[in-house]
Design a protein around this ligand. Structure first.
Ligand code: DGL
Length: 277
């Protein structure tokens, strides 16, 4: 196979597949390479330094695979590592290399989903504590009232394929009750973690009618399409042979079995070692 210059898509584990799936639907001609750092997931409760170090290692690996453009399809990594990587590390990789996240494109349009002006943002502890959403959304929708809430049990339940269990229902309902009680006149809930679309049905079932549940896949895919239209030099550097390769830092068999739920079609991943866990 001729050398490809794919779009790199990174997540701590499986969650980024919900983003990749929508990107591939919208931009089917490009080449893609997905990296899930499953061996070290979840990232949600890890420190800034750890999330930054793990994300940077993954970014370096994806650049080594000849990616001109990388999407951090992980809110936690976007919140805790993206800015430092863009400002401090990217210049060292040479010109025409880009890393983008999922927070900015979501913040740019989130206000369009609400009439009441009240939204809830659900994410990992890391994403919520970073306050990144509030800071980004303020730039585009200064009057929006945001209630943020961390749901620390949800990613481990999803990563362990327990998200349809009675135990999961308990934890999903418990968090949402707190959101409903605290957030007031809500009409939109943003799933600001790329794992959460896997439980969007359960989330909807525990929310009062009329509250929209928003996943990011489509938002990020559309924003990427716009970005490539505006950045001809990056677009030209990306190969378009319609290949998709998957890599995981943990067991590929597990990854392939699990991925069906996230990606919607079967995949065949390979193992990669980034460093000792
Ligand atoms: N899926 C990721 C996110 O969007 C990270 C989940 C985790 O590793 O905790 O935040």
């Amino acid at each position: 196979m001729d050398k490809v210059s794919p779009i790199g898509v990174f997540d701590s584990g499986y969650g980024g597949l919900t983003i990749l799936r929508e990107i591939v639907k919208r931009l089917p001609d490009y080449d893609y390479i997905y990296l899930g750092d499953n061996a070290r997931a979840p990232y949600g409760s890890r420190s800034y330094e750890t999330v930054y170090n793990y994300t940077l290692e993954s970014v370096k690996w994806l650049f080594d695979q000849n990616c001109p453009l990388i999407i951090l399809a992980c809110n936690t990594a976007s919140a805790k590592a993206l800015r430092t990587i863009q400002q401090n590390d990217l210049p060292l990789f040479g010109p025409n290399r880009r890393v983008l996240g999922v927070i900015r494109p979501t913040a740019e349009i989130i206000g369009n989903f609400t009439n009441s002006g009240n939204i809830a943002i659900l994410g990992t502890k890391g994403t919520i504590q970073s306050n990144s959403y509030v800071l980004e959304v303020e730039k585009f929708f200064p009057n929006l009232h945001i209630y943020q809430h961390a749901c620390p049990m949800w990613v481990p339940l999803i990563e362990n394929n327990e998200h349809h269990s009675a135990g999961a229902a308990y934890f999903i309902q418990k968090e949402l009750e707190q959101v409903i009680n605290a957030a007031g006149d809500l009409d939109a809930v943003l799933l600001a973690c790329t794992h959460y679309p896997l439980i969007s049905r359960q989330i909807e079932s525990f929310l009062p009618e009329g509250i929209k549940v928003i996943s990011q896949g489509n938002i990020v895919a559309k924003s990427l399409e716009d970005y490539l239209r505006r950045h001809a030099e990056i677009n030209a550097a990306l190969s378009k042979k319609k290949t998709i390769r998957f890599f995981t830092t943990d067991d590929p068999g597990d990854f392939d079995r699990h991925s069906l739920n996230f990606f919607g079609s079967s995949i065949n991943s390979s193992y990669v070692q980034l460093s000792s866990p």
